[in-house]
Design a protein around this ligand. Structure first.
Ligand code: AGP
Length: 609
C-alpha cells in the first residue's frame, strides 16, 4: 500500500506534491520521491525514510515546475532505499512513473525488456512500468499506457509523466485506489481523498481498467479502448476522516481492509490451476525437508495466537511436533532447537525485540528460520533465512487485525507448501483446501457484512461489564485467545480465554448471572462437547454468544444469541471466526469511549524487553 500524488496546473508543483504525500504518509512511509518537468527535463528527487527526509533533500529548490508526480512507499519488492524509491525512470530519463500495487509477472517482464536492451537500476517490480512505456511510446501516451497495462498481471494504480508531453499526465488503475481531483484549471491524481481535500472536494473515482489522461483543459477517461464518462463525487470528509477512508478509527478501517489484504497475501502464491501453493521465497532441498524433525514457532501477542493456529494445522497435516512459544519465555528455557528444527518467527513489525532475540537463539542452534512479517526489510525479515511477507499494507492501529488474519493466510499456505513438498498430504485434499483459500477474501467480506451490526448491538451489553470469557476447543481455543486480547487491549474490559473443557476445573466458579461468554464452535468433531460446555454455562445464567457457521442450529439454539460465519472448510475457520471477535472488541471500545487506535500503555511495536 503506497501513496500516490500527481499535479498539473498553474501553481508550483513541488509544494503541492509534498503536501499531498504528507497527507498520505500513513499509506507508506519507508521512502518517498517526486518527479517534476522543469526546463523540458525530468527532475527526480528521492529519499529513503520519511517524507521529512525528502523535504530536506529538496531544500529550498522547489524550482518552477507546474507539473509532477510523487510517491510515498510501503516497500513490497526491493528493500527501502533511495534507488528503490519511486518515481522510477525509463532508460532515457524521458518517462517517470509511480505505482501502488504488486506486478506479479515483473520478473518475466524484466527479462523481456532486458533482452531488448533495457537497463534496470532497482530491485523493484515497479521499474518495469517506465521501461514498458518507453517500449510502447510512439507519440501517444494513452496508447503507450494501454499497451503497458495489457502486459501486467497483478494490481496497480500508476501515473506517468513524459518529457515529450509536458502538459499531460496519464494513469491506469486495477485493484488499487486512484482518484482524480477536479480543481479550477488544475487537476490532481491521488491514492485517496486525504491528499486533495485542501484543493478540491470534487473527484472522479477510477475503476478497474480505467485509463485517464489529464491536462489543464480537463480529464479524458478510457476503458477497454473506448472513451467513457464517470460520475463526479463531492466528498465532504475532513482530512483525518479521509486518511481513515471515512471510518471513525484506523482499526475499523483495517478490519474492513482485511478482504483486500487477504487477496494481496494470496496474489502470485498459488499455481495457475490452483493445485499447489507456490512460495518462490523458499528453496528447501528435498534432503533438508526430510531432515526436519520438528517445527518451532515463536512470536508475541497476536502473532503468537496466529502461531497457535499454525501448530494446530501443521501437526494435523505434517504429522510433525510443533512447539509454539511466546518469545519472552522461549529465550528463558534453553529451547530444544537444532539443525533438525524449522523455526518460524512471526512478527507484524519485524522489530519486536523479544522475538528478534528468539530468532537469534534459533540461529545459534543451527535452525533454519522462516520469518512471517508485514514490514519489508524489517530487522527480523533481514536476519531470517527466508521471509514470507503478509503484504497487508501499513497497520496503523495498535490492535492488530489485518496483520493477524494475513499471518494466518501465510501459515496455511506454508503448511500446504510443506505438505506438498514433504509428500504428507493427499493430492485431492490439498487441491480442495487450496481452492478454498481463493474463497477466503470474499468469505471474509461476508463475515464482516454478517456481523458488523450484530457486534455493535451486542457491545451495548458490555457497557457496564467488567469481564468477559472466550471459550473454544482446538483451533477455536486459539482464536478465543485472540478475541480476548482484542477486547482487553482496546476496551480495558478484563477478558479471559479458556479451553472450554477446562472451565469446570475451577474457572467456572466465576460464572454467574449475565456474565458474557463468547463460545467459538466451528469444529464439527468438537461440537457435541462444546454444546455441553455451553449448557453448563447456561445453567449458571451466563449470557452466551455463540460463534459458528451459518445454519448451525444445534449450536445457536443453546446460545442466547449467535454470530454466524459464512460456510468454509472448517480447517480454515480461524481466518473468519476472528472477524466477529475484532468487531465486538472494536464496538466495546467505542461504547466505553476508549482511545481505540492508541490504547493506553501500548505501542505498535515493542522494541524493549
Ligand atoms: C496486537 O493486537 C498487539 N498490539 C500485540 O500483541 C502485538 O501483536 C505484539 O506486540 C507482537 O507485535 P509484532 O507482531 O509486531 O511482533
Amino acid at each position: 500500500m503506497c501513496g500516490i500524488i500527481g499535479y498539473i496546473g498553474p501553481r508550483l508543483a513541488v509544494p503541492i506534491l509534498l503536501e499531498g504525500l504528507k497527507a498520505q504518509e500513513y499509506r507508506g512511509y519507508d521512502s518517498a520521491g517526486v518527479a517534476v518537468l522543469e526546463n523540458d527535463e525530468i527532475r527526480l528527487i528521492r529519499s529513503q525514510g520519511k517524507i521529512a527526509m525528502l523535504e530536506e533533500r529538496i531544500g529550498g529548490e522547489i524550482g518552477s515546475a507546474t507539473i509532477g508526480i510523487g510517491h510515498t512507499r510501503w516497500a513490497t519488492h526491493g528493500r527501502p532505499s533511495d534507488i528503490n524509491s519511486h518515481p522510477h525512470l525509463d532508460c532515457k530519463n524521458e518517462i517517470a512513473m509511480v505505482h501502488n500495487g504488486i506486478i506479479e509477472n515483473f520478473v518475466e517482464l524484466r527479462e523481456w525488456l532486458t533482452e531488448r536492451g533495457h537497463v534496470f537500476a532497482s530491485q523493484t517490480d515497479t521499474e518495469v512500468l517506465p521501461h514498458l512505456m518507453e517500449h510502447y511510446y510512439h507519440g501517444d501516451l494513452v496508447e503507450a499506457m494501454t499497451q503497458t497495462v495489457e502486459r501486467l498481471h497483478g494490481s496497480y494504480a500508476t501515473v506517468a509523466l513524459c518529457k515529450h508531453e509536458p502538459r499531460k499526465l496519464v494513469a491506469a488503475r486495477r485493484d488499487n485506489p486512484l482518484i482524480i481531483g477536479l480543481g479550477e484549471g488544475e487537476y490532481f491524481f491521488a491514492s485517496d481523498m486525504a491528499a486533495l481535500i485542501q484543493y478540491t472536494r470534487d473527484v472522479l473515482i477510477l475503476q478497474n481498467g480505467d485509463i485517464a489522461l489529464i491536462t489543464e483543459e480537463g480529464v479524458t477517461l478510457y476503458n477497454d479502448g473506448k472513451q467513457i464518462e464517470r460520475e463526479v463525487h463531492h466528498i465532504d470528509w475532513d482530512r483525518t476522516a479521509a486518511q481513515k477512508g471515512g471510518y471513525e478509527h484506523f482499526m475499523l478501517k483495517e478490519i474492513n481492509e482485511q478482504p483486500w489484504a487477504l487477496g494481496q497475501t494470496l496474489k502470485g502464491r498459488i499455481s495457475g490451476d490452483a493445485s499447489a501453493v507456490d512460495l518462490k521465497e523458499l528453496d528447501f532441498s528435498p534432503e533438508y525437508l526430510k531432515s526436519i524433525q520438528k517445527i518451532a514457532i515463536v512470536a508475541c501477542g497476536t502473532a503468537y495466537h496466529a502461531g497457535l493456529v499454525g501448530k494446530n494445522i501443521m501437526e494435523k497435516m505434517l504429522r510433525l511436533p510443533v512447539e509454539v512459544d511466546v518469545a519472552s519465555e522461549f529465550q528463558t528455557r534453553d529451547p530444544l532447537v537444532d539443525r533438525h528444527t524449522l523455526s518460524i518467527i512471526i512478527s507484524q513489525s519485524g522489530e519486536t525485540l523479544d522475538t528478534l532475540i528468539a530468532l537469534r537463539e534459533c540461529r545459534k542452534r543451527g535452525s533454519k528460520i522462516v520469518a512471517i512479517c508485514n514490514v519489508v526489510d524489517s530487522t527480523i525479515a533481514r536476519e531470517a533465512d527466508y521471509v514470507l511477507y503478509t503484504w497487508a499494507g501499513p497497520e496503523i492501529a495498535v490492535a492488530s487485525t489485518k496483520a493477524y488474519i494475513t499471518q494466518l493466510m501465510v501459515i496455511y499456505m506454508l503448511t500446504f507448501y510443506l505438505a506438498q513438498h514433504m509428500g504428507k498430504a493427499d493430492h485431492a485434499e490439498l487441491r480442495s483446501l487450496i481452492s478454498q483459500l481463493y474463497r477466503v477474501p470474499e468469505a471474509a467480506q461476508l463475515a464482516i457484512d454478517m456481523n458488523d451490526a450484530r457486534a455493535q448491538e451486542l457491545s451495548q451489553r458490555m457497557k457496564d461489564q467488567s469481564s468477559a470469557f472466550f471459550i473454544g476447543r482446538g483451533m477455536d481455543h486459539c482464536v478465543a485467545l485472540e478475541g480476548a486480547l482484542k477486547l482487553k487491549e482496546i476496551s480495558y474490559i478484563h477478558a479471559e480465554a479458556y479451553a472450554a473443557g477446562e472451565l469446570k476445573h475451577g474457572t467456572i466458579a466465576l460464572i454467574e448471572k449475565d456474565v458474557v461468554v463468547l463460545a467459538l464452535t466451528t469444529q464439527s468433531a468438537l461440537q457435541a462437547k462444546m454444546i455441553s460446555n455451553i449448557q453448563e454455562l447456561q445453567s449458571r445464567d451466563a449470557f452466551v454468544i455463540g460463534v459458528t457457521m451459518e445454519g448451525n442450529e444445534a449450536v445457536s439454539k443453546v446460545c442466547d444469541t449467535t454470530l454466524f460465519l459464512p460456510q468454509i472448510d472448517e480447517r480454515l475457520a480461524p481466518i473468519l471466526s476472528v472477524i466477529p471477535m475484532q468487531l465486538f472488541a472494536y464496538y466495546c471500545a467505542v461504547v466505553k469511549d476508549c482511545n481505540v487506535d492508541q490504547p493506553r500503555n501500548l505501542a505498535k511495536s515493542v522494541t524493549v524487553l
